[in-house]
Design a protein around this ligand. Structure first.
Ligand SMILES: Cc1cc2nc3c(=O)[nH]c(=O)nc-3n(C[C@H](O)[C@H](O)[C@H](O)COP(=O)(O)O)c2cc1C
Length: 334
């Protein structure tokens, strides 16, 4: 795990470390922050398959980071994860500033401020999406972070509260406050995850900003992302990436992973996961990734249901080995 002593060493030596957005390869392709999904183990797996993806951590409370040693374990990562953004939520500029200094001390590249989470608990505390309703408070947070450290500061938000009419003014204010990138999920707070995401307001927004703008919502994979890119600087993939770390690869250059590769990567992923969690917790939490890992297998339904019932690592690994023997190594055509 990264610690303070190796911080500057890592900054110099990491092949993925770029110092500014100007150096980041276009299009900027991002793994979305996803609570319970984009922890260090999964970020490492995605990085092992795609060296240019910008990785975003799960969201973490700034109050938690400042107060709790346990929450600070979220700052642990491996140098291969660079460049990555630690996503934070909260609403106090002072606490954001303190938390961001901790993030910077750990050699992490940037922070992303969550201004899009629609969960009741988060919004009631004036965090996440609630900040779209209060642009002054949102800008004070960005300014406080800018003053406190030299991290890249990005913001992830939505089209708006119930429509997109304030999107341009909100985003321009964030840019003036010092945000160095914006990611827009093409849904409103009211929509939560309902309906289809709308990228038209995001294309329009980009015409008014100079900082990079990343589009997010309903992208299946890299090539689908390219179809949506338009005038944007990049795109971000969330749900489609859960258990499908290959989705960031350009299929014009890389073949689809074989069934055997899928099994091997899933086992490696579980192995990494075990470093962070107790066995029973790791095996159970791993279930959320399984759907995609065995997607397209001849007996996918049966395998999924058997794997879902595993409660220890040994049974899980044996089941995976059995699948490997019984399934043809290559994806079946058609
Ligand atoms: C399980 C799950 C957890 C999520 N957690 C976060 C989070 O911690 N922070 C955040 O900004 N968005 C979070 N999101 C939203 C995603 O980052 C993304 O904006 C959304 O899923 C739309 O993109 P997609 O259609 O590619 O999935 C989460 C989404 C899912 C499905």
């Amino acid at each position: 795990m990264q610690n303070h002593d190796t911080h500057s060493e890592m900054k110099r030596s990491s092949p993925n470390h770029a110092t500014s957005w100007l150096e980041v390869k276009r299009p900027i392709v991002c793994l979305a922050p996803m609570d319970g999904v984009t922890n260090s183990a999964y970020r490492q797996i995605v990085r092992s398959l795609s060296k240019d993806v910008i990785l975003f951590s799960e969201f973490t409370s700034v109050d938690g980071l400042v107060r709790s040693e346990h929450v600070r374990l979220r700052l642990d990562y491996e140098p291969c994860e660079h460049p990555f953004f630690m996503q934070l939520f909260g609403n106090s500029p002072e606490i954001f500033a303190e938390a961001c200094r901790m993030v910077e001390d750990r050699g992490i590249w940037g922070v992303d401020i969550n201004m899009g989470c629609p969960a009741k608990k988060i919004v009631h505390s004036q965090h996440g999406s609630a900040l779209m309703q209060n642009p002054d408070a949102a800008c004070r947070i960005v300014e406080a972070i800018r003053k406190a450290c030299s991290l890249e500061v990005s913001v992830k938000t939505r089209l708006g509260w119930k429509d997109e009419k304030n999107l341009i003014s909100f985003a321009k204010a964030l840019e003036s406050a010092g945000a160095s990138m914006l990611t827009i999920h093409g849904r409103t707070y009211n929509q939560a995850f309902k309906g289809e995401s709308d990228w038209q307001p995001i294309y329009e927004l980009k015409r008014h900003l100079t900082i990079p703008v990343i589009g997010n919502g309903d992208i299946r994979d890299f090539n689908h992302g390219l179809e949506h890119l338009g005038n944007l600087d990049g795109f971000m993939i969330g749900r489609a990436a859960i258990g499908n770390p290959w989705c960031f690869q350009d299929r014009r250059k890389y073949p689809e992973p074989t069934h055997h590769e899928r099994i091997e990567i899933a086992l490696e992923h579980l192995h990494l996961y075990r470093r962070f969690k107790r066995e029973i917790v790791a095996v159970r939490e791993f279930r959320k990734y399984l759907g995609n890992y065995v997607s397209g297998f001849r007996n996918a339904k049966e395998w999924r249901s058997r794997l879902m019932q595993c409660n220890d690592e040994k049974t899980f690994v044996e089941c995976m080995q059995e699948i490997k023997q019984l399934e043809p190594p290559l994806a079946l055509a058609g």
